[in-house]
Write a protein that binds this ligand. Structure first.
Ligand SMILES: [Zn+2]
Length: 177
């Protein structure tokens, strides 16, 4: 799918957003800085997260995909073998490998603007820069950064259904597959 609103300007996490995300992930959110991408249903789907949580824990997943229905849809892609095929292309296609390395640096650059956490220096997310290991992290990055920044994140989003159309984005209750 092509999101109707992508990229978006990050928004502060309001009280209703914090409640919605806590319901989505099943526990209180920690270290939420901004809603980086809001689902067409109105709920947050990607949360920009502090690189260090309030209890001091380093948190490398700066762009955290919280929408359970989006997460399930991404999980189905992973389960269908999408990552193996992406890794094969990554090994063969130099231009793609270069773009993916740039994605890694984009991720680190965005995080550096939020704070300096030496424990996760040089560590981005999703397997970047050499492997594709988690499409949730790559899709979260792409939704936050906008198209053209993370090739595998863009591709993941492109392959997702419009998950908000049938069912409730607050939970993983689905009306369709
Ligand atoms: Zn939604």
């Amino acid at each position: 799918m092509k999101p109707e609103s992508w990229p978006q300007t990050p928004e502060p996490v309001g009280e209703a957003d914090a409640e919605a995300v806590s319901a989505q992930i099943g526990r209180p959110i920690r270290g939420a800085r901004a809603v980086a991408w809001r689902c067409p249903c109105g709920r947050p789907a990607v949360i920009e997260t502090e690189p260090r949580l309030p209890d001091g824990t380093p948190f490398p997943t700066t762009y955290y995909l919280t929408c359970p229905r989006a997460c399930s849809a991404v999980g189905r892609l992973e389960g269908g073998g999408a990552m193996r095929e992406m890794n094969e292309r990554l090994e063969e296609d130099e231009e793609l490998a270069t773009d993916y390395r740039l994605s890694h640096h984009d991720y680190l650059g965005r995080r550096a603007r939020l704070g300096d956490v030496p424990e996760i220096d040089g560590i981005s997310a999703g397997g970047m820069p050499d492997r594709v290991k988690c499409l949730h992290a790559l899709a979260g990055h792409a939704l936050a950064a906008g198209p053209g920044v993370n090739p595998f994140g863009d591709e993941t989003i492109d392959r997702l259904p419009e998950w908000w159309r049938h069912g409730n984005c607050a939970t993983d209750q689905e009306a369709d597959r």
